[in-house]
Structures are given as C-alpha cells and as structure tokens.
Design a protein around this ligand. Structure first.
Ligand code: GLP
Length: 263
C-alpha cells in the first residue's frame, strides 16, 4: 500500500486527479480498449472531480474512451432525486466532461429485482475485463462503497443495510433527519473493488483519522472493510494532514518520506 500524504485537501485532490488523468492517458497510448474507471460519491472526491473537469476542459484528459462504474446507489431513490447518487454524479461530474452517456454505469436502486440488478452489474464489469482504477473514499467507520463493518472482505455487488452510524452521518443531506435516509443501498463488494487493477482512496479530514489508522496500521479486519486493501498489490491512499492524526509518528514519517515524489 502506498500512502501519499499531502498538506491539505486541495493538494490531495490535485495529486489524485493528476494520477487518474495519467493512468487514462497511459492506457490510451497502448490500447484502443476503454479505460474502465470505478467512481465514488461523497464530499471527499468532489475536489478530484472539480480538478478533472478543469483538466478535461483544458484538453489535458479526455473521457471519450472511458467507461465508468459507480460504487453504489441508495435503494428507492429515483434518478431525479437530488440525493440519489445518479443525480450527484451527473451534477458534479458527468454533465461537465466529454464522456458519452452510454459509457456511464450506475446501479439502479429502483430495479424491481435488486439481486438481478447487482448480478447484471458484476457481469457488465467483467465484460470489460474488470476495472482499471477504482477511486474511492471511506466512511468514518472505515466502510468502502457501502460495505459496512462486518461485510465479507470477499463480497461482490449486492444489497446492503446501512448502519445507524452511516444513517446519522449521511442525514446531513436529508434535512439532518436519519429517518429520511434510505436504509438500504446497492453496492459493489469489497471483493469487487479489490479485483480492480488499481485502487485509489481519497481520505481527508480529522473525522477520518481513525479509519485511516485502521486501514494502514491495523490488521486485515472485517470490522474495518477498507483494511482489505492491505492485500491489494496496487493500492494508493491519498490523504491530507488532518487524516493522519492517529497514525504513529514512525508510520507518518515513513510514508511522508518514501512517497514524497510519487506521481
Ligand atoms: C457514503 C458512500 C461512500 C463514501 C462515504 C464517505 O457512505 N457510500 O462511498 O466513501 O459516504 O463520504 P464523504 O466523502 O462525504 O465523507
């Protein structure tokens, strides 16, 4: 695992956006196959999306041959609901870049048969030969996508119940009322994320310090599903200084020094 520590949120997003753009550019040079990009919602990746939009408008990266798969979606929210992840992704990213609409994949939380929808999604990811790079964030409880604590670390795309912690944290988007937050979501599995050729998580802010500690310094532990990345051969964590608040001084110094010039 490579941990890239940046001074602040903007620097973290800048690094992550450049890293993603470089990966897309590198594949385009050697292959006609689309670059398959996994994407998250949440506040953490917003700065990355903003920077990628700027780079796209400046002609530094193109999404014309990029196929995306989003991590998750609430069950029961239609596309036009402002808190659906479909709406979030179009509002904050897809509507502002040159990606063809048919290249965008988002789980349908309104599907009649949710299990079938999840199986379809896994099969579609597989039909592209898997995901080249999965960008992600982390919940304060260390969940990745909507894989709450104690989800199997080999799980595949499926229906997930959300913990009270997550309902409370996400209630900020639902009038601060946890009762209004959907109790279920569709989510790619921890195994789905870990099967990607590369995983990049953006983790920022003091509220994520505990999750980052468990991700890096704890053991591989189903109580902290992001810790599964310890078994991935090509995993990056980009973080800011406040998120490092619970790391051991030696851990912090090691990553700060060793990956200071990582691109
Ligand atoms: C939700 C999403 C996760 C995301 C997490 C953190 O639970 N399902 O994919 O990582 O929120 O969001 P934020 O970046 O807003 O802290």
């Amino acid at each position: 695992m490579k941990v890239i520590i940046k001074n602040d949120y903007d620097a973290m997003c800048e690094w992550a956006a450049k890293h993603i753009a470089a990966a897309i550019g590198a594949k385009a040079k050697t292959s006609k196959e689309p670059f398959v990009l996994g994407l998250p919602t949440g506040s953490s990746p917003l700065g990355v999306y903003k920077r990628l939009i700027e780079m796209n408008k400046a002609g530094k990266v193109s999404f014309k041959n990029v196929v995306t798969f989003n991590m998750d979606e609430y069950v029961g929210l239609p596309h036009e609901h402002e808190q659906s992840y479909w709406y979030f992704m179009h509002d904050n990213f897809f509507d502002h870049i040159d990606i063809p609409a048919e290249n965008v994949n988002i789980l349908n939380g309104m599907a009649k048969d949710l299990e079938k929808e999840c199986a379809r999604y896994e099969a579609k990811i597989a039909s592209y030969g898997g995901i080249d790079l999965f960008l992600g964030g982390s919940g304060v409880d260390g969940h990745i996508a909507f894989n709450e604590p104690f989800t199997s670390l080999t799980s595949r795309t499926g229906v997930r119940g959300l913990t009270t912690d997550t309902l409370i944290v996400n209630s900020r988007f639902f009038g601060n009322d946890p009762e209004k937050v959907p109790k279920k979501a569709l989510s790619v599995g921890v195994g789905t994320v870990c099967d990607s050729k590369e995983v990049l998580l953006v983790i920022n802010g003091h509220q994520k310090a505990r999750a980052l500690r468990h991700c890096i310094e704890g053991g591989v532990d189903q109580a902290w599903t992001i810790s599964a990345l310890q078994l991935h051969q090509n995993a990056y964590i980009a973080c800011d200084e406040p998120a490092c608040g619970e790391l051991k001084v030696d851990t912090y110094k090691f990553f700060k020094e060793v990956y200071k010039n990582e691109k």
